[in-house]
Design a protein around this ligand. Structure first.
Ligand SMILES: Nc1ncnc2c1ncn2[C@@H]1O[C@H](COP(=O)(O)OP(=O)(O)OP(=O)(O)O)[C@@H](O)[C@H]1O
Ligand SMILES: [Mg+2]
Length: 315
């Protein structure tokens, strides 16, 4: 097997605290191949940032072993850090420095000579469409612009592996897509990317591999396409009714092609083999129960998440 860019073996992290503390990561194993764009998808508190924190030497693990670019991050933190770029969830641009200086000083920090650092800062400003903001400080930046600068800075010292913790959280849709394009561009240049997200769409559309995490554990890990196939469902229906209950649930369960019926806040979610004929069948079954709304969807990673946890992964 070729060496993976990121290898996480049996990672456990328990934060100290009252009552035994918090078990944030509970036995995580990951293998991210070189050049892969890998996503950790999970709700708040799932342990995504903690996992990235340990990979990037910011959090000390309780147990487990991590190699990034073949370097054991606990044994050789400075050498490990030289090979990785990091954008943390709570951004850390130098607000008192200009965009150019943020890039320049980052290169200098990683030991680059002054002239090479100057060239790299100029090159990155152009590549990340920030050339016109060269001498502005980040406090004047929009969220999307600040995020582009964060990513530019993270890759400034030419790492082979990039960690992005919630890279598009809080961004408007247009800025989100701009970040996706940037990340795709970096991957096309051979960068390995591990990102976290709680946006279903980001995991589905951007990532080659997705691990769904909850309560510090990886529930499943595969390509988005295979994860979606894994439910065996061809369609997902949402049914909203005035009156739920055992009788309606049994009726829905008995419909041809329906494989699962799960209660929701408004009624039920149905997994079915195919969408054909589902709408009239549900309408007939729900007669007398006050059918309010009915919608049909393709299975998504959200379907898998609900299937595995019984909860919704709220955006
Ligand atoms: N420094 C800390 N001290 C104590 N507990 C912590 C610390 N950091 C995180 N936790 C706890 O560990 C668990 C996992 O947190 P973590 O930040 O890794 O999750 P996350 O998946 O990144 O969540 P989010 O989507 O909110 O960013 C949570 O219960 C959190 O409260
Ligand atoms: Mg987090």
């Amino acid at each position: 097997m070729p060496q993976a860019a990121i290898e996480v073996e049996n990672l456990v992290k328990r934060y100290a605290g009252p009552g035994g503390g918090v078990l944030a990561v509970d036995g995580v194993n990951l293998r991210v191949a070189q050049g892969e764009l890998f996503g950790l998808l999970g709700p708040n508190g799932a342990g995504k940032s903690t996992t990235i924190g340990v990979c990037t030497t910011r959090v000390r693990p309780t147990s487990g072993r991590i190699r990034v670019g073949g370097v054991d991050v606990a044994a050789e933190p400075p050498r490990a850090r030289a090979g990785m770029g990091v954008v943390t969830q709570f951004r850390a641009l130098d607000r008192g420095a200009t965009a150019w200086e943020n890039l320049y000083f980052h290169c200098r920090y990683f030991g680059w000579p002054a002239a090479a650092s100057r060239r790299r800062a100029d090159e990155l400003l152009a590549q990340f469409q920030l050339a016109d903001r060269r001498d502005a400080t980040p406090e004047a930046f929009s969220g999307g612009m600040a995020q582009r600068l964060q990513i530019a800075r993270a890759v400034a010292h030419r790492p082979r592996v990039l960690f992005l913790d919630e890279p598009t959280a809080g961004l408007d849709p247009q800025s989100r897509m701009a970040v996706w394009d940037l990340v795709r561009g970096l991957r096309a240049e051979g960068m390995t990317v591990l990102l976290t997200t709680h946006y279903i769409e980001e995991a589905e559309r951007l990532c080659d591999q997705v691990a769904i995490v909850d309560h510090g554990k990886i529930l499943v890990c595969d390509t988005p396409a295979r994860l979606k196939q894994s439910t065996g469902a061809g369609a997902v229906a949402r049914v909203s009714v005035e009156q739920t209950g055992a009788e309606l649930e049994a009726r829905l369960r008995a419909l041809p092609g329906v494989t699962e019926v799960e209660p929701t806040a408004e009624g039920y979610r149905l997994l079915a083999h195919a969408r054909e004929g589902l709408a009239p069948a549900v309408a007939a079954a729900a007669q007398g129960f006050g059918l309010r709304d009915f919608s049909l969807h393709e299975p998504s990673l959200e379907t898998i998440f609900i299937h595995l946890t019984g909860r919704e992964l709220r955006e």
